[in-house]
Design a protein around this ligand. Structure first.
Ligand code: BGC
Length: 416
């Protein structure tokens, strides 16, 4: 409770300061990139704009996955004080576009040829009613494992490729006295793991049916029950202090040799890099066992809130900067994600980044690319939040798997 209150106090303090100091020629950017790795990536964008003489009014709202940021955004827009630009995910963009709140970026999009370089899977969210309403900065994906190489080597654990191998590996780590799974018990983090577990348990067609089509039968199936059973298994491998922990502190446990694995999107790589760690030497990145061919993606995009009939010069400049190929490379190398544009070379990316780009292209080609349920790319926030509630309640032992399945069916039905 206290942490919730302090979050709001912080949010409103930031809000008050941004109201009084925003300059007309600045862009005010609302985002949730507040961890070490995220802030380092954000700096690449800030510097890029600075060089073009555009001032940056920072509006950070801490909270992984952006739940708190979206709450603050709603309050700002309701009070008639929308920020210039906002980091947003998938269906949130569509929801705001439906309300008519977003500026039309068609002019800059056609001058810069966005149609040709942004893949369809992203355009689905960047465009509304044929108009560009957001500029995609990256593609993240959620079905990754981040592993401490030293712990695995010391214990003679090979990279697990199946669920059973993963369970055996987690058991070995636990027996050694280290934490097997570094996790932060927050709804969006529980849901991030569930993305991968459902994909691994049911396969791509099941993921599509359950999470994207919201098929009642799939949601209420024995396969879904098995996925919840697997969440219970994972729950038995987290440490006692997992509840409420921020995701980057969970990454730090793997970085500091306290824990073997974190199941998290590739923003986690930003933390490893910030700590001076190297892929294949200090840490390993691989797909969650059983999802080697699939990619559950989310894309951070910047939507510009209407300030008049047309986007302002600063908004256009920000959109253009975000979409420049050299920026997309420089930013994503630091962020852990891969470029949103398909024409950016992988030259500057490390082994995990190169793998991320290859996996994304292959998954897209073979029909194995799916919007992440946990990160707003499978369904609107109402459905996503309804799922979060059930996933978290089950993870914390409030529901057994059977009950969770029934609750999931009814929660999703109510939320639609
Ligand atoms: C965003 C990432 C961010 C992560 C943790 C995700 O929803 O796409 O950019 O780093 O949340 O905050």
């Amino acid at each position: 409770m206290r942490s919730t209150i302090s979050k709001y106090v912080t949010a409103f303090a930031v809000l008050a300061s941004s109201v009084s100091f925003a300059q007309a020629a600045d862009v005010e950017v609302l985002h949730w990139w507040t961890s070490g790795g995220e802030a380092a990536a954000l700096n690449v964008l800030k510097k890029d704009l600075e060089e073009q003489g555009i001032g940056w009014q920072d509006m950070p709202v801490a909270g992984g996955g952006g739940t708190q940021a979206m709450t603050v955004l709603r309050a700002r827009v309701t009070s008639g004080n929308a920020p210039t630009a906002v980091q947003m995910l998938g269906f949130d963009i569509t929801d705001w576009a439906k309300e008519g709140a977003l500026a039309n970026l068609n002019e800059v999009a056609s001058a810069e040829g966005w149609d040709k370089v942004v893949p369809e899977a992203l355009q689905k969210f960047s465009k509304y009613d044929g108009q560009w309403v957001a500029a995609p900065v990256n593609v993240h994906s959620t079905n990754w494992v981040w592993a401490n190489k030293k712990i695995l080597d010391d214990l003679g654990i090979a990279q697990p490729t199946t669920w059973d191998e993963l369970v055996a590996a987690m058991e070995k780590v636990k027996e050694s006295g280290k934490t097997a799974v570094a996790h932060g018990g927050q709804p969006w983090q529980d849901a991030t793991i569930f993305d991968a577990v459902v994909m691994a348990t049911g396969g791509p067609e099941f993921y599509q049916k359950a999470f994207i089509d919201l098929d009642k039968e799939a949601l209420g199936s024995d396969t879904m029950k098995e996925a919840f059973d697997r969440m219970t298994v994972i729950r038995s491998f987290v440490d006692d202090n997992f509840s409420g922990r921020d995701w980057n502190l969970a990454s730090a446990m793997v970085i500091n040799d306290e824990a073997a694995f974190q199941f998290m999107g590739d923003w986690a790589k930003g933390e490893f890099l910030k700590a001076g760690k190297k892929p294949d030497e200090d840490f390993l990145c691989f797909r969650f066992p059983g999802t080697q061919k699939q990619v559950t993606f989310n894309s951070d995009q910047f939507a510009m809130f209407k300030q008049g009939d047309k986007p302002s010069e600063e908004q256009k400049a920000l959109a253009k900067a975000i979409m420049s190929p050299s920026f997309q490379s420089a930013f994503n190398v630091v962020k852990g994600s891969v470029p949103a544009r398909t024409d950016v070379p992988d030259t500057d990316f490390d082994a995990c980044g190169k793998k991320g780009m290859k996996d994304l292209a292959a998954a897209s080609e073979s029909g194995n690319l799916f919007g992440s349920m946990a990160h707003g790319h499978a369904n609107p926030a109402s459905v996503k939040n309804a799922m979060y509630d059930v996933i978290t309640a089950q993870f914390n032992g409030e529901y057994d798997s059977e009950t969770a399945v029934q609750e999931l069916v009814s929660a999703v039905e109510l939320a639609q």
